[in-house]
Design a binder for this molecule. Structure first.
Ligand code: NAD
Ligand code: UD1
Length: 345
């Protein structure tokens, strides 16, 4: 089959990037991954090949190395766009090591845009986060909600990067960029050949629950049972990573076909449904067929009480909608966890 075009994916060996590479290759695009493997494993390329039959082209490179990046991208100047995932993402670590986060997340974007400008490569998709909204006053939160002062250096890098892209677009360096504000990505490809690889003790809820279900952890600590929500636990908008992956392709196609109404657009990418911590635990109980130990403890500092997306803009303008249910998210996450435990023996 003839390729629909070549897409550069920075951070394509990571969790969301690898699922997006699968979606792109399945849809007929060819992919070039740029990743320094600082938070991923080269084996993911075999997983991608196992699902799509194609091993994507891969360069192990730190995108902050502007000269090295220019060399690589010059060889791929025919690419139709760039999806930019490469960044560090651990919120707590960013509080302890802010410079590391600003250097990599902000510096990486600047380096990438310098090179794209120099070789006249257009069309950038940026990985942003619902963290930019903090605790919104109105729910569900729309893209028009004010961006609130960030709770962490990590969150701040997302806000700063969006501002930098806006300034660069205003200066006329690029014709098109889209920022996707993800809610809470969870789950894995149905094949369980790729998935999330948390290092050490997971900070995020879903991998902590599936590790507990797999017997790797004794109990789940539920951070806060006294929130003003129906069951007292915090509410988020969990989205299946494969639905999120698809949103990147659809957004890129909007840029390629010059359909955008403004040069820099923002979209919420969630399901539009709020789910409590206990509801996520119960979903994993259903799909794993076991009761899980959990205990309500104090709230985690910096957590918002509840946030879920108004996805009307992405539904109407991008023509994209999340399709997979909470049980499909839990089942695929559980399947991936079991497979990892089995492979470790
Ligand atoms: P991930 O850590 O699994 O993937 C990021 C990839 O980027 C990794 O493979 C890492 O090795 C690579 N990388 C990091 N710095 C690099 C550099 N300087 N040069 C080259 N490669 C580099 O993370 P993810 O969950 O897939 O997240 C992808 C993007 O989405 C990130 O920008 C993250 O901030 C953003 N995001 C993630 C979430 C989430 O919950 N996972 C939510 C909102 C936004
Ligand atoms: C986290 C990040 C946020 C990022 C988002 C998406 C923080 C403070 N925020 O959001 O910047 O955009 O991921 O990846 O880390 N919970 C428990 N027990 C646990 C783990 C989590 O009860 O062991 C609760 C949390 O309090 C929260 C919910 O589960 O209410 C989801 O937590 P998590 O998966 O860490 O994501 P967020 O905090 O929403």
């Amino acid at each position: 089959m003839q390729s629909k075009g070549k897409v550069i994916v920075t951070g394509g060996a990571g969790y969301i990037g690898s699922h997006t590479v699968v979606d792109l290759q399945t849809a007929g695009y060819s992919v070039v991954i740029l990743d320094d493997l600082s938070n991923s494993d080269i084996q993911v390329l075999e997983g991608i090949k196992g699902i799509t039959g194609i091993r994507p082209e891969f360069y192990q490179i730190d995108i902050c190395n502007t000269d090295g990046l220019a060399e690589v991208l010059m060889d791929h100047s025919d690419a139709i766009g760039v999806i930019h995932f490469a960044a560090y993402k651990a919120v707590g670590e960013s509080v302890e090591m802010p410079l590391r986060y600003y250097t990599n997340n902000v510096g990486g974007l600047i380096s990438l845009m310098e090179v794209m400008r120099a070789i006249e490569m257009d069309n950038l998709i940026f990985s942003s986060s619902c963290t930019v909204y903090g605790q919104p006053e109105m729910l569900p939160v729309t893209e028009d909600a004010p961006v609130q002062s960030a709770q962490s250096p990590y969150g701040n890098t997302k806000q700063i990067c969006e501002e930098i892209i806006q300034d660069v677009i205003t200066a006329g360096y690029f014709k098109g960029a889209i920022s996707l504000r993800y809610f809470n990505p969870v789950g894995a490809d149905l094949s369980a050949l790729i998935g999330e690889l948390p290092l050490g003790v997971p900070n995020n809820l879903m991998p902590f629950i599936t590790q507990t279900a797999a017997g790797l952890r004794d109990e789940i600590k539920v951070f806060g049972g006294d929130y003003n929500t129906p069951d007292g636990t915090a509410i988020r908008d969990y989205i299946h990573v494969s639905d999120l992956a698809e949103a990147h392709r659809v957004a890129l196609e909007r840029l390629i076909h010059k359909r955008q109404s403004s040069a820099f657009e923002y979209y919420n990418i969630g399901t539009g449904k709020g789910t409590s911590v206990l509801e996520v635990i119960h979903a994993v109980e259903r799909v794993s067929g076991q009761k899980l130990n959990y205990r309500i403890v104090d709230r985690r500092s910096g957590d918002v009480e509840q946030v879920w997306a108004d996805t009307t803009k992405a539904n109407r303008v991008l023509g994209w909608m999340a399709k997979r249910s909470l049980d499909e998210m839990a089942e695929s996450a559980w399947h991936w966890e079991k497979k990892r435990v089995e492979s470790r023996g």
